[in-house]
Design a binder for this molecule. Structure first.
Ligand code: SF4
Ligand code: SF4
Length: 349
């Protein structure tokens, strides 16, 4: 028998703003949702599951990841139950279920825990630099290696086990069988969605939104490659220098637009900003702009006298890599892509 949690909506409210109990099950939300189909019918079903406390069924469902938050369902809900925001809250909640460390849930539920984590990492970076007499060469050397180690470490220690947990819950547990062939056949779906997020185009509002996200993903991955593998801050090649400038500018321009959208709250999807949404867009903006400024200071030969700028950049980078990437909203990008892959496996098995 399915596990029932009578306090589920109360618990879920720590992850977002909605009123599932206001729902009278009319089905308007599912009817208007451009991404809902017979095989994955949402969001009404997820609203019902939440009200009934069917926690286990929600855990095993991929539906929350198949919603791309256009907000159309929320606009048409006659009861202002905020089904779009409920789907978003379920994604945050699921993230905390997949995460073996438990830190995701803690950081989502508690702003003070997030603040403490951010402060501790900032103090750690400053302490490390102080131990090395704020030696620019040494600290920058550390910063470069930190990126490499952080990418590999976070991936192997946190994200891969979490994706495995997601797979176990959503693919393996429902029927207890492992279909090897289907896993290979569906792999293309993972790659396509990871790099294009093309499902967003299915939403009625979304050409611009999809394009902005695409620019951001390309800019982010390219900057990662340029800083880690082409060592942008030390590079002397004009091509690499310009590449890094262009990529970091792409990031801070697009994220500035995202921050603006959250401040003006004109779009439905930006009306309810959870602290994790703010952290994601603001830290990505700060990463882009501080990386751009550091390279500019290097080219103007004034970084040594203004080493504080690199320290700020390093603090932002460490907080991003050790908090937001493994436990925050960044993971949604990963889980969404895997959800499309897992859905395909279930279709063809
Ligand atoms: S439109 Fe609103 S009231 Fe109707 S089923 Fe959806 S959430 Fe419930
Ligand atoms: S927010 Fe958009 S994609 Fe998500 S359930 Fe509502 S209508 Fe569908």
């Amino acid at each position: 028998m399915a596990r029932i949690n009578p306090d589920f909506t109360t618990e879920l409210k720590k992850y977002g703003v909605f009123d599932a109990n206001a729902c009278y099950n009319c089905g308007n939300c599912t009817a208007v949702c451009a991404l809902s189909d017979q095989a994955n019918s949402f969001p009404r079903k997820m609203v019902r599951y939440s009200v009934l406390g069917l926690e286990e069924d929600i855990e095993m469902s991929l539906d929350p990841w198949l919603c791309y938050y256009c907000g159309e369902c929320t606009t048409t809900c006659p009861r202002e139950a905020e089904p779009g925001e409920l789907m978003m809250s379920l994604r945050r909640w699921l993230t905390s279920k997949y995460d073996w460390t438990g830190l995701s849930g803690l950081l989502y539920r508690s702003v003070s825990a997030s603040v403490v984590a951010f402060i501790l990492l900032a103090v750690g970076v400053i302490g490390f630099a102080a131990l090395h007499d704020f030696n620019p060469e040494l600290v920058m050397h550390f910063g470069h290696y930190f990126e490499m180690i952080a990418i590999g470490g976070v991936m192997l220690i946190i994200l891969v086990p979490n994706i495995f947990r997601m797979w176990r819950l959503t693919v393996f547990r429902p029927d207890g069988k492992f279909f090897v062939k289907a896993h290979f056949k569906a792999l293309g779906e993972l790659i396509v969605h990871m790099f294009t997020q093309k499902r967003t185009l299915g939403c009625d509002d979304s050409q611009v939104r999809w394009f902005e996200h695409l620019v951001l993903v390309i800019g982010y991955l390219a900057l990662l490659f340029t800083t880690v593998f082409l060592d942008w801050f030390s590079a002397e090649s004009r091509t690499v220098m310009l590449l890094g400038y262009a990529e970091s500018a792409m990031i801070f321009v697009v994220t500035f637009l995202f921050v603006l959208a959250r401040i003006t709250r004109k779009q439905e999807a930006s009306k309810h900003s959870h602290p994790s949404d703010w952290l994601f867009v603001i830290w990505l903006f700060l990463m882009g702009i501080s990386a751009f400024a550091v390279r500019l200071f290097i080219d103007l030969k004034i970084l040594e006298g203004n080493f504080w700028l690199y320290l700020i950049h390093l603090i932002i980078l460490v907080q991003w890599a050790l908090i937001i990437v493994p436990f925050g909203k960044w993971t949604h990008f990963l889980y969404r892509s895997f959800a499309m892959y897992f859905r395909r496996i279930k279709e063809i098995k």
